[in-house]
Design a protein around this ligand. Structure first.
Ligand code: NAD
Ligand code: UD1
Length: 309
């Protein structure tokens, strides 16, 4: 791998800051481009001389081109991570979630940077995985602007691979959880919201009947894979699912949370969110073939770490 920092867009956020920690631990330097819309300075060890934080928007092509200079590889994580936010404001989220990706591709072409890791999403499959584990060839059925932008980003990365020799590692993350996932918005990840409310004894709202399923992955298990993709001498073509092939209902997740916290606050049920995916479980054969999956952090252990217990 060439010298120069790894650029992490969205590196002040939940997943990005864990990736920064893991890359630093392996001796890399990191340059972070983040607009701090949901990310925080306090997520980063800014006293480390191998960390550089540049405040800026991935939708700003000039800014992206400037920060790309001298980088060895890119982890492109900057996006509005909330599916619901994209439903409410498709135009604004498209700037970050699609234009940002195109700007990263173009800046890489100009700067001659090849390796890029892209945070795509299980959302690209829509409801086509109903009851089944979803493999990468499952027909794509994006139900929301968020999913459409992620899928379009994948296609653009593949265009830049064929046309300009970029080396994209496209990961379709299922549901990631762990410390630093910001619980402060109603749009935040469900485990971060439920954990915070359980700890404070505040009521919890489940949208739908609580029988919807997700394939939850602890953030450090994911980050282990992302580091492998940054460092691999070569990458195979094609997107890779990141999940454990395990479906957990929200009710089961709440039960596990109750065991860690020692009880749960009152739970109410409200109508399901529009565009919400019912069942989501990753077929992870391709992931297991291409990468060394770390030992799974059990949900109870991940929840305990998230709650600082
Ligand atoms: P996050 O909100 O904590 O991280 C996103 C980061 O991007 C934040 O630091 C935010 O400030 C930054 N950002 C947003 N818009 C930006 C812009 N226009 N310019 C510069 N920075 C910007 O969320 P996360 O969960 O860490 O998500 C990281 C990535 O992983 C996102 O691309 C998300 O879509 C994807 N993803 C997350 C999950 C999950 O379960 N958390 C699952 C699938 C995919
Ligand atoms: C999440 C990620 C998204 C990612 C996708 C991949 C976030 C914010 N979203 O979307 O970036 O691409 O996984 O699978 O990280 N719910 C409640 N009560 C709440 C909040 C949520 O019942 O207070 C429900 C939702 O309606 C949904 C489930 O919990 O049924 C999961 O919601 P959420 O954590 O927002 O995740 P996804 O929509 O799956």
């Amino acid at each position: 791998m060439a010298d120069g920092p790894v650029l992490i867009t969205g590196g002040a956020g939940f997943i990005g800051s864990h990736l920064a920690d893991a890359l630093l631990a392996k001796g890399h330097s990191v340059r972070i481009l983040d607009d701090l819309s949901t990310g925080k300075r306090s997520n980063l060890p800014l006293d480390n001389p191998r960390v550089e934080l540049i405040e800026g928007d991935v939708a700003d092509a000039k800014r992206v081109a400037q920060v790309m200079l001298g980088c060895s590889a890119v982890a492109h994580l900057a996006a509005v991570a909330s599916v619901q936010a994209s439903v409410d404001d498709p135009v604004r989220t498209h700037q970050s979630n699609f234009i940002g990706t195109l700007n990263v591709c173009e800046a890489m072409r100009q700067a001659g940077v090849k390796r890029v890791l892209f945070a795509s999403s299980a959302a690209v499959y829509g409801n086509n995985g109903e009851g089944e584990s979803i493999d990468e060839e499952t027909t794509k059925a994006p139900l929301t602007p968020y999913a459409s932008d992620k899928l379009a980003g994948e296609f653009y990365l593949d265009f830049y691979r064929r046309q300009h020799g970029l080396e994209p590692a496209i990961f379709r993350f299922f549901n990631i959880f762990g410390p630093r996932q910001d619980p402060s918005s109603p749009y935040s990840g469900v485990i971060s919201i439920f954990s915070e409310r359980a700890q404070k004894g505040l009521p919890i709202t489940v949208f739908g009947d609580g029988e919807q399923t997700r394939d939850f992955v602890y953030v450090e298990d994911l980050v282990d894979l992302l580091v492998q993709a940054i460092e691999a001498p070569a990458l195979e073509v094609g997107a890779v699912n990141v999940g454990w092939n395990q479906a957990t209902t929200l009710k089961q997740m709440l039960q596990a949370l109750g065991e860690v916290v020692g009880g749960l606050p009152p739970i109410t049920y409200a109508p399901a969110r529009s565009g919400d995916i019912r069942h989501s479980r990753a077929n992870n054969q391709r992931l297991l073939q291409r990468f060394t999956f770390p030992e799974q952090t059990p949900m109870s252990v991940g929840l305990a770490r998230l709650l600082g217990r």
